[in-house]
Design a protein around this ligand. Structure first.
Ligand code: XMP
Length: 326
């Protein structure tokens, strides 16, 4: 009989066996997968685990605070927060290619984890137990789409799978790698995580870095963050969060179009709304959002966000489009 309880027990046993008495660190991203992976590994190895949250500056409004509050409050797990926003902006300067962005973001992640791992050991004065393991919330669809599953597909190097540097010094613990999202949610509930975490919409590890089509800069991030916050507020207010799988908000940073505001001509950027419905992110359809909700989002974004003078709706399914634009 397959039950969430049996599955949790099996996964916990698996982690214990894999990690033994070593120390591990867990990369928290704010998403469901990494939270469930962290909670699971914590159940398995307790305080041999340290959770690390890297604020890469590519997060949405309020996200860093939320991870801190939610996760630490809930699990009481040891949490280290690393503020790396400047470092990421420097590394990403001038980069426009999506796969290069992922590679840079993934590489910086690992370098930060390596440093953090050394710090943890130094802080504890316990060099007998180095941090050997890195926990990742990789799911089955990530494995498949990064080419690790069947060896056939290589669509995107999701950074928690394919975008890691080759000389990585950690061994990976990926307790969710055979699960689909709905199973991960059941495991999360079984571990006692609340619905507000378990039903959170997916958000990619590279964050807003792959939602700015073009170079990532601090100014562009501020524009996108403001537009994204408005879209999320309105979708939540309309009670649509559970119906939508996720809704990337994308800034076409190198595109400008002419508009008019007050007495003047504007020459601003378009924002793309990409609401999708899906079961597992491997295929998706565009969500038929009510027109009045779209109108409110569009009205607010063009009014409230400087430099954005147009909002467009992506009506492409996956395939042929992917969910993210990069
Ligand atoms: P695509 O764009 O490939 O996205 O249709 C499928 C799902 O994966 C998420 N995604 C990522 N997640 N690192 C991640 O952790 C990534 O590089 C990445 N790229 C896409 C995307 O948000 C969607 O849920």
């Amino acid at each position: 009989d397959w039950t969430p309880k049996a599955m949790v027990e099996e996964l916990v046993d698996g982690v214990r066996e894999q990690v033994g008495t070593d120390r591990a660190i867990c990369a928290l991203s704010g998403g469901v997968d990494s939270m469930v992976a962290a909670a699971l590994v914590q159940r398995a190895i307790g305080d041999q685990l340290t959770c690390v949250f890297v604020d890469h500056g590519l997060l949405r409004d309020g996200e860093a605070e939320q991870v801190r509050e939610d996760f630490v409050e809930l699990t009481g797990a040891d949490l280290v927060v690393v503020d790396a926003a400047d470092r990421y902006l420097t590394q990403l300067a001038g980069v426009t290619d999506p796969e290069r962005k992922r590679k840079i973001i993934g590489e910086q992640f690992i370098r930060i984890f390596e440093q953090t791992a050394r710090d943890i050991v130094a802080d504890r004065g316990d060099d007998q137990h180095p941090v050997k393991w890195l926990v990742q919330g990789t799911l089955y669809p990530d494995v498949v789409e990064s080419g690790g599953g069947t060896g056939t597909a290589n669509i995107k190097s999701h950074h928690n799978v394919g975008g890691l540097p080759d000389d990585i010094q950690f061994r990976l613990v990926e307790p969710l790698r055979l699960l689909f999202k709905d199973e991960v949610r059941q495991v999360g509930l079984e571990l006692g995580l609340p619905e507000k975490i378990v039903y959170r919409q997916p958000f990619p590890g590279p964050g807003l870095g792959i939602r700015i089509v073009g170079e990532v800069t601090a100014e562009r991030l501020a524009i996108l963050r403001a537009a994204d916050r408005i879209a999320r507020e309105e979708l939540t207010a309309a009670g649509l969060d559970r119906e939508i799988w996720q809704c990337p908000v994308v800034l076409l940073a190198d595109v400008r179009s002419v508009g008019v505001q007050g007495d003047g001509r504007t020459y601003g950027h378009p924002i793309v709304l990409r609401p999708v419905s899906s079961e597992d992110a491997m295929t998706a359809d565009w969500t038929r959002l009510p027109y009045d909700v779209l109108a409110r989002i569009s009205g607010r974004i063009t009014n409230e966000v400087p430099d954005v003078n147009r909002v467009v709706l992506d009506v492409t399914s996956k395939p042929p489009g992917t969910i993210e634009w990069e």
